[in-house]
Design a protein around this ligand. Structure first.
Ligand SMILES: Cc1cc2nc3c(=O)[nH]c(=O)nc-3n(C[C@H](O)[C@H](O)[C@H](O)COP(=O)(O)OP(=O)(O)OC[C@H]3O[C@@H](n4cnc5c(N)ncnc54)[C@H](O)[C@@H]3O)c2cc1C
Length: 313
């Protein structure tokens, strides 16, 4: 262990990646854990043969200076590019790319679902779903969606007051490969059932072809949360054709359900941190339904840890 100690960052979405990068830059050892096969969380890119779809977040925008500076840096690196006007930016070649870059030289344990935290003396061990125990760690930073943070804390017999206040809306996401090229690269009717239709393959650096991502509205997604996948595909396809005024005749159509998609109620504080436990949590649910909010929360969580880990346990 180096003199600064080692921190477990749970979750490899934008919040976890921002926290891990900041801690590593300050000289801490970090180890990142995620239950997914890759990194990115809801900044997700699905590959199907030669095709790819951003089936989670579609684009990012900066309101504050910190994320604006990052977008500028990523743009200069060529891993982010403007798309569809109004300061919208996308990852290149997929939305996952900025998270990948933040985590590039850091140790990430993928396909590792953390199910319990155990405090032993002043240090933490993590137990994963396969029963493997990882650690010890001097501190733990959790960056899952709030309901999943609650599940982990309850299983571990610890609390971070406030997590339960945050709520999410679900989102059904439809991925379609079609010969049809829509006139607009982005339409956002926000009228049930369609929230948004993005011409995914018109984003910069994407493989050739015509591919659309269709997101259902929060209300429709909630009302159809347990609906059969085939019924969701049929309903969203028909509604997308109505919105676009075109027949899609898909060569490929699949749907993904995001149970925790968009923050509806945010905490409106940057992160939660308990210095006695050396345990913190952050994510978009702290500040709002945006990638920038996840980034800012991850940075804030890292700052709490940095301020605290300087003092004796
Ligand atoms: C369909 C959709 C569309 C969106 N559109 C936009 C958009 O256009 N613009 C925008 O700014 N934002 C958008 N968002 C929101 C944006 O994606 C999020 O705000 C942001 O990506 C959240 O990052 P995060 O790090 O807080 O959480 P996440 O990205 O959810 O990362 C959390 C990570 O924790 C992992 N995890 C959870 N439980 C465990 C466990 N027990 N063990 C290990 N790992 C675990 C997950 O696998 C995940 O990788 C959209 C989201 C969705 C779903």
């Amino acid at each position: 262990m180096n003199e600064h100690g080692i921190v477990a960052v749970l979750g490899a979405g934008m919040a976890g990646a921002a926290a891990a990068r900041r801690l590593a830059e300050a000289g801490f050892r970090v180890r990142v854990f995620d239950k997914g096969r890759g990194v990115g969380g809801r900044m997700a890119t699905r590959r199907v043969g030669e095709m790819q779809f951003d089936h989670g977040a579609q684009f990012m925008r900066a309101r504050g200076p910190a994320f604006a500076a990052e977008l500028g840096r990523w743009t200069r690196l060529g891993i982010v590019a403007p798309w569809a006007g109004s300061d919208r930016h996308v990852g290149v070649p997929g939305m996952t790319e900025p998270v990948r870059a933040l985590l590039s030289d850091l140790p990430v344990s993928s396909a590792t679902t953390v199910v319990r935290l155990r405090r032993q003396g002043a240090r933490w061990h993590l137990e994963d779903a396969a029963g493997t125990v990882h650690g010890p760690f001097d501190a733990v930073a959790i960056t899952f969606p709030a309901p999943q943070v609650t599940t982990l804390l309850e299983a571990s017999g610890v609390a971070l007051p406030g997590v339960r206040r945050a709520t999410y809306a679900p989102c059904w996401s439809l991925m379609v490969a079609t010969e049809t090229r829509p006139r607009d690269v982005l339409v956002q009717p926000r009228t049930d059932p369609i929230g948004l239709i993005a011409h995914d393959s018109a984003k910069p650096g994407r493989p050739a072809g015509s591919r659309l991502t269709v997101h259902a509205t929060p209300a429709w997604s909630r009302g159809h949360l347990e609906a059969p996948r085939e019924a969701v595909i049929a309903a969203l396809l028909g509604a997308a054709e109505d919105v676009l005024g075109a027949t899609l005749r898909p060569s490929h159509a699949e749907a993904h359900r995001w149970r925790y998609a968009q923050v509806e109620t945010a905490l409106e504080q940057p992160c939660l941190y308990d210095p006695d436990l050396r345990l913190g949590a952050g994510g978009d649910w702290c500040l709002g339904a945006r990638i920038e909010a996840a980034y800012d929360s991850g940075q804030a969580l890292a700052r709490c840890l940095l301020a605290d880990l300087g003092r004796p346990a």
